[in-house]
Design a protein around this ligand. Structure first.
Ligand SMILES: NC(=O)c1ccc[n+]([C@@H]2O[C@H](COP(=O)([O-])OP(=O)(O)OC[C@H]3O[C@@H](n4cnc5c(N)ncnc54)[C@H](O)[C@@H]3O)[C@@H](O)[C@H]2O)c1
Length: 332
């Protein structure tokens, strides 16, 4: 079992101070937090994980064990690291256990007030030099900095799932983030095996989510307008955009296929694309049905226990295949 630290254990604090390995805290050990923990452990960091739920704390151990075993099986993690991750992962039952962390990554649900409450707690625990990062998917970082005693130490760090496999990391400075914190976050991202992108402005949704939601709005519109059904929209996307999106981003793709055609098409097509400002009807229907997707087997498609398990497994296997391709076909 991974070590469980009492938040007030002075011996463990002393031991920690003498280590050269950086200790990173994670608040929220749900889907993302446990993936981030796996990534950090795989890259040699010491991790302190805190979640308010005992079930989630326990679940993180099982998830990390599985994620690191998979990395090892695919020759992406040395045996030594697989053998000793339990010494490097500390599950704590109160936020005080995060006191010795150089960086704390907050990854609780996407709720501004909940996140603000966590930062207030962290402020009373962490030394002022410790950095606080948020894995928020959409909240402007400046809004998270409001009311904080030391807003300059706060930054957005947006991870992708599965975090231990992907190269994705967006770093979002808020209006008050110190330049040294931005430099630290970028360097830290690289040491986690990521290709970090630092945004020049604090904008809601950041980069990849803005692109993805623009696409999802149009996908809902095409179905709601009766132009295609869900499976056909998915099929076209997968067989066209899905075919090149790892090789090239939108701009490289235009270079590869010829820019003039895109400018001409934009003239006629852009006025016809959905620009709705409200949540599409299709999504509201899903909300009403309490559909969460494969996790509760209610989604746009029907799922059984075994088909949802298969999709979960395919997703991980596929991400490993994509990692190999991304490394073979470098972007820069
Ligand atoms: N799901 C994704 O694909 C994805 C991708 C990137 C970023 N994000 C962002 O990451 C964050 C977490 O998302 P998730 O999908 O992991 O959510 P999740 O619901 O799976 O996990 C959130 C965790 O926070 C814990 N929590 C709630 N209140 C807490 C508190 N007061 N103290 C400590 N722990 C508490 C919950 O018990 C839960 O385990 C969100 O901000 C989300 O927008 C999600």
């Amino acid at each position: 079992m991974a070590k469980r630290l009492s938040s007030t254990t002075t011996t463990s604090r002393k031991a920690m101070r003498s280590r050269s390995v950086q200790r990173i805290g994670i608040v929220g050990l749900g889907l993302m937090g446990r993936g981030i923990a796996s990534c950090l452990l795989a890259n040699g960091f010491e991790v302190v994980g805190f979640d308010i739920s005992a079930t989630q704390r326990k679940g993180s151990l099982k998830h990390i064990s599985h994620a690191l075993t998979e990395l090892h099986k695919r020759k992406l993690l040395p045996a030594r690291r697989l053998a000793d991750w339990q010494q490097q992962y500390h599950v704590v039952t109160s936020p005080e256990g995060l006191a010795e962390c150089a960086l704390v990554i907050e990854s609780v649900a996407e709720d501004l007030e909940l996140k603000r409450g966590i930062y207030a707690q962290l402020e009373s625990i962490l030394p002022t030099k410790a950095i606080i990062a948020s894995n928020t998917s959409s909240l402007p970082i400046t809004s998270l900095q409001q009311g904080r005693l030391h807003p300059s130490r706060m930054i957005g760090m947006h991870w992708g799932e599965p975090a231990e496999i992907m190269h994705y990391l967006e770093i979002i400075p808020g209006e008050h983030t110190a330049p040294s914190v931005i430099r630290y976050a970028e360097k830290f991202g690289r040491s986690c095996g990521k290709e970090p992108v630092v945004l020049k402005q604090d904008i809601r949704g950041f980069l990849s989510n803005r692109l993805m939601y623009a696409m999802m709005r149009e996908a809902c519109h095409l179905v709601e307008a009766g132009i295609a059904d869900i499976a056909d929209v998915d099929r076209s996307f997968r067989n066209d955009i899905g075919w090149w999106a790892l090789l090239a981003g939108p701009f490289r793709w235009m270079d590869l296929t010829g820019i003039p055609a895109y400018a001409a098409v934009m003239e006629g097509l852009l006025p016809e694309l959905s620009d709705t400002k409200t949540v599409p009807r299709l999504m509201k229907q899903m909300q009403k049905k309490k559909a969460e997707g494969i996790s509760n087997r209610k989604g746009f498609y029907p799922y059984t226990h075994s088909s949802s398990k298969r999709w979960k497994k395919d997703w991980v296997d596929f991400t490993y295949d994509m990692k190999r391709l991304a490394e073979k076909y470098k972007a820069d």
